[in-house]
Design a protein around this ligand. Structure first.
Ligand code: NAD
Length: 359
């Protein structure tokens, strides 16, 4: 199989972790007999420095003709001036829009070897394996909003949650298809007791599930209850689908379960075209250039890329098993050990992943 992959290393530790994930992809391609063609393009602060634009046209063109995109991270203090004409994050928002990426996937998986790094008790989180589908291009963050001055000197502000039937249908369908390949369970999270937009979600989602996925175990949970259930019974969820803002908050809450930012990948997908894969952490300017960044989230993002954009399930699973084997053998980067404990750098831990892949 021949595929084109665009690498967008970005800023801070982005290039360090993306280049290690590239080595892993090259190794897996060799082992399974695939041809992956890589090209590297600018996004974020580094793109602003080079071109004045956080997402140069050349990057957009390359991404549109790729099979998949692997992104590091964007941003850093150098580009934080609030009066600047553009910011690195503008590149991220624009690429999502250009590629029509309406679904954000975030797997929340705890690794047995890292259970003690979690702020929650081992017996609660052990065995957690949730896949979130967050709607990414609608709802409260994109609906009409405004700010007006009132006659009595106050200001009045509003933001509106807007969804259409088809926007709900496409993400519920995508999440249900994923549930079929996992434990056949889907939870839809809303606030239908208060919000009209949530009532649309509830009706549309129930219809899709009844008509198209009758064998999936389906339930609905109110978002405020979900915030509690995630901390009290995370192992009872399989695939969770929800709207933009609820997903934003719940996935950040859930990201604390595994205990380290350096272990969590994510993907953004549209109905066709390339998917965008990235670690959930940022550019970590405090450790950039030191060679100590944990590359495992980006390596796990590359596994998601193989699974969701290239349809290579066995290859994806091989990477995930290799990461587990490396942790089981006791190898850790600095973010996964107590201060002062011995740890491996970015390249050294990747070498162990490569070795585990070659077994
Ligand atoms: P961050 O995720 O970059 O860092 C938070 C803390 O976690 C830091 O102490 C950092 O050293 C540590 N950390 C993060 N990733 C790590 C890794 N792989 N290995 C080891 N330690 C790791 O978040 P922040 O400090 O709030 O943001 C830094 C910059 O990143 C900001 O400019 C922010 O806007 C940007 N950011 C970008 C993205 C993105 O590109 N998707 C996401 C979040 C933040």
């Amino acid at each position: 199989m021949q595929s084109k992959i665009v690498l967008l290393p970005g800023d801070g530790i982005g290039p360090e972790v993306v280049h290690q994930a590239q080595r892993v992809l090259e190794t897996i391609a060799k082992r399974f007999g695939h041809q992956l063609q890589f090209s590297e393009h600018l996004i974020g602060g580094i793109a602003i420095d080079a071109t004045g634009d956080a997402l140069p046209d050349a990057t957009t063109v390359a991404c549109k003709s790729a099979d998949a995109i692997l992104l590091g991270a964007v941003g850093g203090p150098k580009w934080d001036d609030p009066n600047a004409k553009t910011r690195p994050e503008a590149g991220l928002l624009k690429i999502r829009k250009e590629l029509g990426l309406f679904a954000n996937l975030r797997p929340i998986v705890t690794f047995d070897e890292l259970l003690d790094s979690s702020p929650l008790k081992r017996e609660i989180i052990e065995g957690t394996d949730i896949l979130f589908y967050r709607e990414l291009t609608g709802g409260l963050y994109f609906g009409p909003s405004g700010l007006e001055e009132l006659a009595d000197g106050q200001q009045r502000a509003f933001s509106t949650a807007v969804y259409t039937t088809s926007e709900v249908e496409r993400i519920v369908r995508m999440a249900a298809l994923a549930a079929q390949k996992r434990r056949n369970k889907l939870t839809m999270v809303d606030k239908a007791n208060v919000l009209e937009a949530s009532r649309l979600w509830r009706r549309v989602s129930a219809r899709i599930m009844k008509e198209e996925f009758p064998s999936i175990e389906y339930d609905v949970v109110l978002v405020d209850s979900m915030a509690m259930h995630l901390l009290s019974r995370p192992t009872s969820f399989d695939v969770v689908v929800t709207s933009n803002m609820f997903g934003d908050i719940l996935t950040d809450e859930a990201s604390m379960l595994p205990g380290s930012l350096g272990m969590l990948p994510s993907a953004s997908l549209g109905s066709d075209g390339p998917g965008l894969y990235e670690p959930i952490h940022g550019s970590a300017p405090d450790i950039a250039g030191k060679g100590i960044a944990n590359p495992l989230a980006t390596i796990l993002a590359s596994a998601m890329l193989l699974r969701h954009s290239l349809g290579l399930e066995a290859e994806a699973a091989a990477i995930e098993s290799a990461v587990k084997a490396v942790l089981a053998a006791g190898h850790r980067t600095a973010d996964l050990v107590r201060k002062g404990q011995p740890s491996l750098g970015t390249v050294a831990i990747t070498e162990h992943v490569l070795a585990a892949l070659s077994v």
